[in-house]
Design a protein around this ligand. Structure first.
Ligand SMILES: NC(=O)C1=CN([C@@H]2O[C@H](COP(=O)(O)OP(=O)(O)OC[C@H]3O[C@@H](n4cnc5c(N)ncnc54)[C@H](OP(=O)(O)O)[C@@H]3O)[C@@H](O)[C@H]2O)C=CC1
Ligand SMILES: O=C1O[C@H](COP(=O)(O)O)[C@@H](O)[C@H](O)[C@H]1O
Length: 502
């Protein structure tokens, strides 16, 4: 299939959970952006589904407000919202799908949508099975165009629940109709990993265990659990961030060059990486993974409460809000190179960065016992700033043999015309065009859960007596430093790596 890069085909987009938070904060603003840029076909309609008894007009007002709040601008908003319709529907009531089918068929005709349908499930996962079953049984997927299903995270709670969910939705949709969202795959610089690696002659030859000593992936958040205690208590950082976003970034960093840039080829290279992750025995988990939970702390002068004080969180909670781990990828390219990952809530700063640390040169001609030669680093700044920094050594000005480290910077968002769109905007655009590359295939989800389950099985059955073990506003527990120190490494300090600091 040839993909159109400038605009989407005609389509009816049905959003289940249309009154919810995700739709309001992400989906409507993203669709509006696409509309304003002329990237969405003029022949489109959106049907919002949720239980509350809204009229079309109330729904359109809601969409307008959400766009305005998110973007602060609303040029042509009336024209945009005129494509929006609302269908009150309790998704667990099978009788209610008739009205949705009638409305969908009507819109199909009015807008000449050629039977193209995207069903976006922006609802709690417990409803996914019922909705997909009803869509099929009640003929909503029986159209002459394409039918696609967009599924939000979390995709299951562990491997058995993910398998169950997958078989439920596969009763109604084939794998190539399913678009499982991992919003990190929509981030500009995450998509750039592949390009940096495979379009630069200077990196690819060095991208292996002969030249790279270790890779560090950090995704830290300043925010705490906020009002998501109920969900987070069952999830924790391992399921919430590592199973999906962090393992996806590792797969992109470690995969072999695909033979072509097609969805199937890229995904199968990522799958191979996930298959090469070294598995642990239960008693080895502690050697590779560290967990943390934030206690009270400070951000500047502001006092921050601990995790256990948040709403819907147990006051003796054993849930981790921080994870650091060492992954080994047992294949020819990566044997012996640790991939360190860490993620946590209520850390010092909001930042996602990847640091690729190169090995020392074979012989140091500039040896100075008081000042070791700085290692070469390639830093990929995912967010909030976007770019790349290459850390090199040069001659210190005015000195004969003294070296000094310098940074070569590329700041993505300072390049004219390259203001990066929101991840959801890109992913919606891709899904509407039928490009599933930046969505996760079931094989990836399955392998990620299998890996993570080994860790959670141990953690769930052992209380961490030291919780809380890091202060809110800090960079996590001490044990995470020891994880690297055992191998002779340390975490690169996030703040000193900033793209705009040189
Ligand atoms: N919010 C976010 O930033 C993110 C959310 N997600 C995922 O997206 C999904 C949605 O999250 P979010 O928007 O935050 O959730 P919300 O709780 O804000 O929204 C849930 C939506 O589901 C509707 N709903 C609930 N029960 C029914 C029912 N029986 N029949 C029809 N509609 C129903 C609600 O509307 P009503 O009450 O009117 O029925 C509401 O529109 C979840 O899977 C979440 O994990 C993933 C990443 C980020
Ligand atoms: O999926 C999730 O991601 C967010 C972090 O996303 P980011 O784009 O802001 O880095 C995290 O806060 C949330 O707990 C998790 O569910």
């Amino acid at each position: 299939m040839t993909l159109n890069n400038s605009t989407t085909p005609t389509s009816l987009i049905t959003i289940f959970g249309a009154t919810g938070d995700l739709a309001k904060r992400k989906l409507y603003p993203s669709l509006y952006h696409l509309f304003r840029k002329g990237k969405i076909s003029k022949r489109f309609a959106v049907v919002g589904v949720a239980r509350r008894e809204w009229s079309n007009e109330e729904f359109q007002e809601h969409v307008k407000t959400s766009v305005h709040k998110a973007l602060g601008s609303d040029e042509n908003i009336d024209e945009f919202v005129s494509h929006f319709y609302y269908q009150p529907n309790d998704v667990s009531n099978s009788d209610s799908y008739k009205a949705l089918k009638n409305l969908s068929d009507e819109l199909d005709e009015t807008y000449e949508l050629e039977g193209n349908r995207v069903f976006y499930l922006a609802m709690a996962p417990e409803f996914f099975g019922t909705i997909t079953e009803q869509l099929k049984n009640q003929g909503l997927t029986d159209t002459k165009g394409f039918q696609r299903l967009v599924i939000e995270k979390p995709f299951g709670h562990d491997l058995p629940s993910a398998e169950k969910l997958n078989s439920q939705i596969r009763e109604s949709f084939s794998e190539d109709q399913i678009y499982r969202i991992d919003h990190y795959l929509g981030k500009e610089m995450v998509q750039n990993i592949e390009v940096i690696r495979f379009s630069n002659a200077m990196f690819e030859p060095l991208w292996n265990n002969r030249y790279i000593s270790n890779i560090q992936v950090t995704s830290s958040e300043e925010l705490g659990v906020e009002d998501r205690g109920r969900y987070y208590e069952k999830s924790g950082a391992l399921r919430d961030m590592v199973q999906n976003h962090l393992l996806q970034m590792v797969a992109l960093l470690a995969m072999e060059p695909p033979i072509k840039l097609t969805t199937d080829e890229i995904r199968s290279e990522k799958v191979r990486v996930l298959r090469s992750l070294r598995p642990f025995q239960q008693d080895e988990v502690k050697d590779y993974f560290v967990r943390g939970q934030y206690g009270p702390g400070k951000a500047g002068n502001e006092a921050l409460p601990g995790y256990r004080e948040a709403e819907n969180v147990d006051d003796q909670s054993n849930t981790e809000t921080y994870v650091a781990g060492k992954l080994m990828i047992d294949n020819f390219r990566w044997a012996g190179v640790p991939f360190y990952i860490r993620t946590g809530k209520r850390m010092e700063t909001k930042s996602t960065k990847i640091v690729i640390q190169f090995k020392d040169i074979p012989m140091n001609l500039y040896y100075n016992p008081d000042k070791p030669l700085a290692p070469n680093l390639l830093v990929i700044h995912i967010q909030p700033e976007e770019g790349i920094t290459l850390h090199l050594n040069v001659k210190k000005s005015g000195q004969n043999i003294e070296t000094t480290p310098v940074k070569l910077n590329f700041a993505n968002n300072s390049v004219d015309g390259m203001n990066t769109p929101e991840a959801y905007e890109k992913l919606l655009f891709d899904c509407l065009r039928g490009d599933a590359t930046n969505f996760t295939h079931w094989d990836e989800v399955k392998l990620s859960w299998a890996f993570v389950d080994k860790i959670s099985e141990v953690w769930e059955h052992t209380r961490d007596g030291e919780f809380p073990n890091y202060e809110a506003g800090s960079m996590g527990p001490k044990a995470a430093d020891n994880l690297l120190a055992k191998d002779g490494f340390s975490w690169w300090p996030i703040a000193n790596l900033d793209v705009d600091q040189c």
